[in-house]
Design a protein around this ligand. Structure first.
Ligand SMILES: O=C([O-])CC(=O)C(=O)O
Ligand SMILES: [Mg+2]
Length: 218
């Protein structure tokens, strides 16, 4: 099977799973034939049953509201892998694809006042091949029709036609990144849905889940 065919099939399967029941931990995320979530950490699986609104009310810090799902039906939940980009250049995203692991969600800061389309269909096909969990970027993306078909969950500032350069440039992987006033670290957990994106440190997950269960009941 050609790589693109298998990536498209994988995306279709993810989309099917995601749409079946977006709040049921046995049905959401990237499930294998046994319904298991091999790429999802236990901490991410604990957050999976809750929407961002409940998690926010339970105390999870939000990312800036300018970062929204490209398709409102998408949901993302996983371990964070951070990427810092120099404005107008996406070489560190290409590097991140091969440094991040299955299930990881790339959380990306950019430092340019001008807008660029940092991510598109080519990077999405590579991310699907690498079984990454999603993209959260404080910047824009392009090729949006293809992105919506591929189903890889993308949360961004919207769309921009201007392409990003690929020259070697300043940037980093795995360091703390600032998205607005939120500081996100590799190993944090991130959840995104139609209302926005929240994140949490791993040692806060148990408390957050307890509070979220209470919020859900009230
Ligand atoms: O310029 C880039 O690498 C972003 C893009 O359009 C793609 O991934 O298809
Ligand atoms: Mg493209």
């Amino acid at each position: 099977m050609r790589a693109r065919d298998s990536a498209t099939q994988a995306a279709a399967e993810r989309d099917r799973v995601r749409h079946d029941d977006r709040r049921d931990p046995t049905q959401s995320g990237t499930a294998d034939a046994n319904g298991e979530h091999p790429a999802m950490t236990d901490a991410a699986a604990a957050l999976l049953p809750f929407g961002t609104k409940v998690l926010r009310e339970a105390g999870a810090p939000p990312l800036p509201s300018r970062i929204q799902a490209l398709n409102a039906a998408w949901r993302v939940c996983g371990r964070v892998f951070t990427v810092a980009l120099a404005g107008g250049n996406n070489i560190w995203l290409h590097r991140a694809l091969y440094a991040a692991g299955p299930g990881d969600v790339l959380v990306v800061s950019t430092d340019s006042p001008r807008e660029y389309g940092y991510w598109g269909d080519t990077l999405t096909h590579a991310a699907l091949e690498r079984e990454l969990g999603g993209l959260v970027i404080d910047g824009a993306v392009r090729d949006s029709a293809e992105l919506c078909q591929l189903g890889f969950p993308i949360f961004s500032r919207g769309r921009c036609l201007r392409g990003a350069g690929k020259e070697d440039s300043t940037g980093s992987l795995r360091g703390p990144v600032a998205l607005g006033s939120a500081i996100v670290s590799t190993g944090d957990l991130v959840v995104g849905d139609e209302d926005g994106v929240v994140f949490t440190a791993p040692d806060e997950v148990a408390t957050l889940v307890r509070r979220a269960a209470t919020v859900s009941r009230t």
